[in-house]
Design a protein around this ligand. Structure first.
Ligand code: DC
Length: 232
């Protein structure tokens, strides 16, 4: 890690509003943004495309090779959030597909995959600072981060948000099924041996249940301002 650039970590389960808060914060501070989940999604997408099976030893080695060789580019925010390219192909939407979420979560449980992505994540640190969004940013990747946040919300609230998001896109999704999927993914992310999802001991826990983005963001900005970093 570059000694000179500060890091703010945002960890927590999917659907808690972490991604939105991380990109809003990066914009307000003018800092770099690491969406570490996108890296796991790129591995998931690559593995799906090659038909790899997480249960097969030889396929695991192939997935590690995918992780080590990822040729990706994050194209800065254009108002719609950053776009993600894999070997020149725009995969911003493709990596959000349910099948890729599922694959990402399964491959992310393997220590060899996490190890393959470790240095790449630390390489994102650069002046004036980095906002790192993920599951293990404050616990494993940036244990010495200047400010650690753990963003959470009840599973029911996260399911409602995901359902509303899909409805907005015209997708007719079942709230109950989404809720069950969220619970299953949380369970897998929190119970895996490698970098399980949990707050760092020195993290501030921000529960966004019942709050809108502006409210959660102002709570975070109060912590940021207390450290003397100017955010607009
Ligand atoms: O935040 P997300 O939904 O884009 O993450 C996709 C998957 O990757 C999710 O199942 C958890 C996993 N992940 C991880 O294990 N560690 C991270 N730092 C980020 C994501």
């Amino acid at each position: 890690m570059s000694a000179r650039a500060p890091v703010i970590t945002l960890d927590g389960p999917g659907g808690a509003g972490k991604g939105t808060l991380a990109s809003e914060l990066a914009r307000a501070l003018g800092w770099w943004l690491l969406d570490s989940g996108a890296l796991y999604r790129l591995v998931g997408l690559g593995a799906l495309r090659e038909g790899l099976d997480v249960g097969r030893e030889a396929d695991r080695a192939s997935a590690v090779a995918i992780a080590e060789g990822l040729s990706m580019r994050f194209v800065p925010d254009t108002g719609e959030g950053q776009r993600v390219e894999l070997a020149g192909e725009d995969v911003t939407e493709a990596i959000r597909a349910d099948a890729v979420s599922e694959a990402a979560s399964r491959w992310a449980a393997l220590p060899s995959i996490r190890e393959a992505l470790l240095a790449r994540q630390r390489d994102f640190v650069a002046p004036p600072g980095l906002i790192a969004d993920g599951r293990d940013m404050g616990t494993v990747i940036f244990p010495r981060a200047e400010l650690k946040l753990y963003i959470t919300a009840s599973a029911a609230e996260r399911a409602r948000r995901r359902h509303a998001q899909l409805s907005e896109k015209g997708v007719d999704a079942n709230l109950d099924r989404i809720y069950r999927e969220i619970m299953a993914r949380d369970q897998r992310d929190a119970s895996r041996g490698a970098a399980p999802l949990k707050p760092a001991v020195d993290a501030y826990v921000i529960d966004t249940t019942g709050d809108n983005v502006a409210t959660s963001l102002s709570r975070i900005q109060a912590l940021v301002a207390a450290r003397g970093w100017p955010a607009d």
